[in-house]
Design a protein around this ligand. Structure first.
Ligand SMILES: [Fe+2]
Length: 294
């Protein structure tokens, strides 16, 4: 059966059929999925039971993994529940029990409920994230996606001109500070040193411009911090209106892929006494959005 993609919303988010993600894809299928990503930015694959190995093999058909030697991984290696190559976004600790809500890892997870783009705090931000739903709680836990291309297109002329050449600084410190989580070690503070990102990006294939917003953005070069934070908050509020948002309601064995270059997303609340086991593979981007200054 050939790959087929049905638009879930007008121009944003598509549902893919005709693919078994556990098996190797033909080059035609890969091309069709990549074209779907360029068009819809978020793709949903239903009923795709995957082992970690299969998820990694599927992901690798679309690019290189983001390096695990770069900072930003919160769980210490010795506390890892899963083997390397796959990121654990569950609420489980190493022993497989629901983690304490006093756990620092839980505090970091809470920050994922802010609108963000994965790895925007790295000099080369991520391309695709692929999230596989293994255990889904009975209530809540949706993932919401916002189309930063449509948001850019909808800006008024004055704002569009204003954002064109702006450069932001992004850091995990900024997004965690936003929820009052400021207890970082000196090593973490050094590792999470802010990086620069352009506020407007151009997609390498479609040529469409988009707003590169993220909760990790905490300043704008040449602006005072209060002015920058208010502007970024305003832009984020504008860009995450209902008309730009797709809400994904998870089923077990869903696989969702999103393009971090053109979307933001956020996790939603769930009953923390229930298990949520979702696992992510992340593909590296190709380029910095702007040169980093030493
Ligand atoms: Fe994320």
């Amino acid at each position: 059966m050939p790959v087929s993609i049905r638009a879930i919303q007008d121009g944003f988010a598509g549902e893919v059929t005709g693919v078994r993600c556990a098996e190797p894809l033909s080059s035609e299928d890969i091309a069709a999925i990549e074209a779907g990503m360029d068009q819809y930015a978020v793709l949903v694959f239903r009923d795709q039971p995957l082992t970690d190995q299969q998820q990694m093999a599927f992901s690798r058909q679309f690019g290189e993994f983001e390096s695990y030697n770069t900072p930003g991984h919160i769980r210490k290696k010795e506390d890892a529940r899963l083997s390397s190559g796959i990121a654990d976004f569950s609420n489980l600790d190493k022993s497989g029990k629901i983690m304490s809500d006093q756990d620092r890892v839980w505090f970091f997870k809470l920050g994922d409920m802010l609108w963000h783009s994965d790895s925007s705090f790295r000099p080369i931000p991520a391309k695709y994230s692929l999230l596989s739903g293994r255990i889904i709680p009975s209530w809540g836990a949706n993932t919401e996606f916002a189309d930063m291309r449509a948001a850019y297109d909808a800006l008024d002329d004055r704002t569009r001109a204003e954002v064109e050449d702006l450069v932001c600084e992004h850091s995990l410190l900024f997004s965690r500070e936003m929820i009052g989580f400021t207890e970082m070690s000196p090593e973490e503070r050094a590792a999470f040193r802010p990086v620069r990102q352009r506020l407007v990006r151009t997609h390498p294939v479609s040529g469409r411009k988009s707003l590169f917003l993220s909760a990790h953005a905490g300043s704008i070069l040449g602006w005072t911090v209060p002015e920058a934070r208010m502007f970024l908050r305003d832009l984020t509020e504008f860009a995450t209106q209902d008309r730009f948002v797709y809400r994904h309601v998870w089923r077990v064995h869903d696989l969702v892929i999103w393009d971090n270059r053109t979307t933001m997303h956020r996790a939603r609340r769930f009953d923390k006494t229930e298990v949520r086991d979702v696992r992510r593979t992340t593909l590296a981007g190709d380029v910095m959005t702007i040169d980093q200054e030493a």
